[in-house]
Design a protein around this ligand. Structure first.
Ligand SMILES: [Zn+2]
Length: 272
């Protein structure tokens, strides 16, 4: 599932292609992926220039001239592709945006359809709920505020890190990788973390995310860049997807446990 680094990578790639370009045509092939009324997409997009592209949590935010904003969420298997040929236009291509003076089109493709796209205007009450309730960004929150978020919570740290209302952007991959880097067992309760552990975790999350962004994210199943290339951070994973393999630091066998319905990989030696 695409997480903060994958979404950030796509945002950067989109800026190079569609910033300041005008949408010329909107083709909706699967109305079910629209999280706002279809008529809004048909009326509010054509003729509008892309003013700004940014990220909030795992959402891609595209501000159009005027007051409307598009919110893409890639869900489990969503992709945004920039293509000229028709190859990418299989039955999983749900939304196609054409731009003036361009042969390439922006295609939203999603095999499992857990992703989607919403449109909002300037009214904050019309924001998708999942956007409105997002917690702070890992690169914006201060260390003290991060510690305050967690230190009185009785929940296990891995589950808390996945909670988008607490902290936006982390998913299974980067929660596992950050906990390894901080030397913290994913099953530990947040309330039992020391000040030093909270400090290490804060830094580990930011370092892990920065390195993953620098590598273009992790391509494990469906996530690819908008030109179809793969990310490279999967080659640097220390624990995620490595259960049964030796820890790269201490050679102990990486373990996998199920926590709150999600699998977690960790090193029993390095993470106490
Ligand atoms: Zn280890």
């Amino acid at each position: 599932m695409p997480e903060l680094p994958e979404v950030e990578t796509i945002v950067t790639q989109l800026r190079a292609r569609i910033l300041n370009r005008k949408i010329s045509e909107v083709v909706i092939r699967t109305p079910a992926i629209l999280k706002s009324p279809r008529s809004l997409f048909e009326k509010k997009l054509p003729g509008k220039k892309v003013d700004k592209i940014s990220r909030r949590g795992k959402f891609i935010r595209i501000d159009l001239e005027g007051e409307n904003t598009l919110w893409f969420h890639l869900g489990m298997t969503g992709q945004l592709l920039w293509r000229e040929d028709l190859q990418a236009l299989d039955k999983h291509a749900h939304l196609i945006l054409s731009f003036e003076a361009s042969c390439e089109r922006l295609i939203f493709r999603d095999i499992r359809k857990f992703g989607g796209v919403a449109i909002s205007n300037g009214n904050p009450e019309l924001l998708p709920t999942s956007v409105r309730l997002l917690g702070p960004e890992p690169f914006e929150i201060q260390q003290d505020d991060f510690a305050a978020l967690l230190k009185k919570r009785t929940g296990i740290i891995k589950s808390l890190l996945l909670n988008q209302r607490l902290l936006a952007g982390l998913g299974n991959i980067y929660a596992d990788e950050s906990l390894f880097r901080a030397g913290i067992n994913p099953r530990k309760r947040a309330i039992r973390l020391t000040q030093l552990e909270l400090e290490r975790l804060y830094k580990a999350i930011r370092e892990t995310l920065r390195e993953a962004i620098a590598s273009g994210g992790s391509s494990l199943s469906d996530y690819i860049h908008i030109n179809g290339e793969s990310g490279k951070f999967q080659n640097k994973h220390q624990v995620y997807g490595r259960f049964g393999k030796p820890c790269k630091k201490c050679e102990a066998s990486i373990r996998r446990v199920r926590l709150a319905g999600r699998s977690s990989c960790f090193c029993p030696q390095c993470q106490k």
